[in-house]
Design a protein around this ligand. Sequence first.
Ligand code: PMP
Length: 415
Amino acid sequence: MTTSDTIPTHALDIEKIRKDFPILQTKVYGKPLVYFDNAATTQKPLPVLKSLEEYYKTYNSNVHRGVHFLSQQATDAYEQARKKVAAYINAAYDHEIIFTKGTTNSINLVASSFGRTFLTSGDEVLISGMEHHSNIVPWQLICEQRNASLKVIPVDDNGELIMDAFEKLLTDKVKIVAVTYVSNTLGTVNPVRDIIGRAHAKNIPVLLDAAQAIQHMPVDVQELDVDFIAFSSHKMYGPTGIGILYGKENWLNEIPPYEGGGDMIKNVTFAKTTYNELPFKFEAGTPDMSGAIALGAAIDYIQQTGINNMQHAEEELIAYAYDKLSAIPSLRFIGNAKHRAGAISFLVGNIHPFDMGEILDKQGIAVRTGHHCTQPLMERFNIPGTVRASFSVYNTREEVDELIKGIAKAKKMLE
Ligand code: PMP
């Protein structure tokens, strides 16, 4: 734990933090931008932007292949970034960190490579009713190929997983459990320790989709004892196009490569190819070097701010927003989980979420509307979509007040 982790929440100077994010100065329709679409992607602080610029200006070169100076500099920085990710999630080994294109890519890798190795006819994959499409469709694809079936842990009216049903679904047929740590639509924080504990009691591995957890709370893979986790850089203040798959060493050794190409091989002949060691076995082709290095800069930024401080500040802001939104007549929350992070979803009267989104947009307030890539969850609640406000460390109470005013205006116009 760093010293900054022990500083109480109020020690975070949010105005100072906001100055690190140049985009927050943007005006939208002449109004100050209020950015509440952080679950879709977060904004980027100056050190991340600087890292990208520096990479291309001073040491752009392909990694792992050159003996020349720049290639070695790029390789060192790229591998340093891997170490930063490993330290951030407390992985036992750096080679358990695989650079991918993002959460979607990471989950597809596991579904394909694990599925081809361990799934056979009659087996089951267990996911939950609140998964993002990227933790549904890759499993459907592999289940179809392997003649296996997909089972779903149901969600209750509060937007929480029904754990008794989970227990019943967790039979010997299940070969892997893949669930989200935090729901991108409802903000529900799932009881992942309990899920992992129960699955491991039956020797079933667990993949966590941590796309909405990694930027809001400390994630310690050894303490969780999780087998695989997936997350995206762009949702944790880093650039787009890069993400992480963490896998326990033994699992990564047991599953085959996902893609073939340069860097992932030890020796190639037309008769047979042998594969490189971890983590390169899973990193075919030229990786997103600048992206990985800038993700390292994003992790430095989070570490300097202190993830615990960020979590406390965000929890306070969400509680404030929840309180203020509760006072709006005809507003109903979609999802009322006891433990939540990041996002609040709601509907107001009969106002269509798109109409609400448009009116808020005209006031400079960016929220997301629609199904948030969770169509089965929308079906569960029997709604076409929600309005989702999602928060980050740089959001303020004043911005929440703007949102409340915006909703009042939309109500006046549309109800
Ligand atoms: N899972 C969750 C919970 C998400 O919120 C998202 C992004 N909305 C994804 C997966 C997919 O992430 P990406 O598009 O960065 O691959």
